[in-house]
Design a protein around this ligand. Structure first.
Ligand code: KIV
Length: 275
């Protein structure tokens, strides 16, 4: 069944947990879609896991459109959410609307996601007023890594926790249909989830959120530069890939690949005439 903002709304009402995974290319998105995941996030984490940057700040609108469009071509049932990259919405409401529009028109997104609380509510309202669904993102918002002084858990003190609760209410009020909570203490995420009428999607925020999201390379053991505490590795695909690459090198070296079944034939009489 095709997932949409209504799937998210229903899940909040019925208590059915939502699943979201990142993807950045056609083949992976197709596998995730066929597996039945509710939503595919084309995260700006592509800067880390696909492009090898240290953070997400260098990711451009063109990167997001290029990868987003590939994912959208694959997703038959999952709701595709494309991240708004750093400085594509913070600068002005006008920029936010224009760039969200590009992600919908050129990236064929079903929704966009942006980071921040009260400071981006004007943008969230303006984008949703154009008929573009918005997912908000609170807690550890990687585009603000320099302001945080590193990738740190958020909302630990009473003041920070209160601010986070208020921000969640603000983004809901501004029109977001869902909110990602990243690196937030589990009990605080549970409290926020109980206060909101839109679903929370957790990453490093405990199991009381209305849904979960993971970066697919993390959950498949395909990215080892940095593995956060909240990651569960569901399969060691990285090791399987590495072994397959080694097997390939050996097979080419000992000429067991390509074998007869991988080769094309020609009439012996034709070959004879060529010598
Ligand atoms: O960019 C991303 O992959 C994200 C998730 C970690 C939520 O924003």
């Amino acid at each position: 069944m095709k997932n949409s903002v209504l799937t998210f709304k229903e899940a909040k009402q019925t208590g059915k947990k939502l699943t979201m995974l990142t993807a950045y290319d056609y083949s992976t998105a197709k596998l995730i879609d066929e597996a039945g995941v509710n939503s595919i996030l084309v995260g700006d984490s592509l800067g880390n896991v696909m492009l090898g940057y240290e953070d997400t700040l260098s990711v451009t609108m063109e990167d997001m459109i290029h990868h987003g469009a590939a994912v959208s071509r694959a997703a038959k049932n999952a709701l595709v959410v494309i991240d708004m990259p750093f400085m594509s919405y913070q600068t002005s409401t006008y920029d936010a609307v224009v760039n969200a529009g590009r992600l919908m028109k050129e990236g064929r997104a079903g929704a966009v996601k942006l980071e921040g609380g009260r400071e981006v509510c004007e943008q969230i309202k303006a984008i949703t007023d154009c008929g573009i669904p918005v997912v908000a993102h609170l807690g550890l918002t990687p585009q603000s890594v320099n302001a945080f002084g590193g990738f740190k858990i958020q909302g630990k003190s009473e003041e920070a926790a209160k601010r986070l609760i208020d921000d969640a209410l603000y983004v809901e009020e501004a029109g977001a249909f869902s909110v990602v909570l990243e690196c937030v203490p589990a009990k605080l995420a549970e409290l926020i989830t109980g206060k909101l009428s839109i679903p929370t999607i957790g990453i490093g925020a405990g199991n009381a959120c209305d849904g979960q999201v993971l970066v697919y390379q993390d959950m498949l053991g395909m990215f080892s530069d940095y593995v956060p505490k909240f990651v569960k590795q569901f399969a060691d695909v990285g090791s399987i890939m590495k072994q397959a690459f080694r097997d390939y090198i050996n097979a080419v070296s000992d000429m067991s690949f390509p074998a007869k079944e991988h080769s094309y034939t020609i009439d012996d009489e034709v070959i004879k005439k060529l010598y």
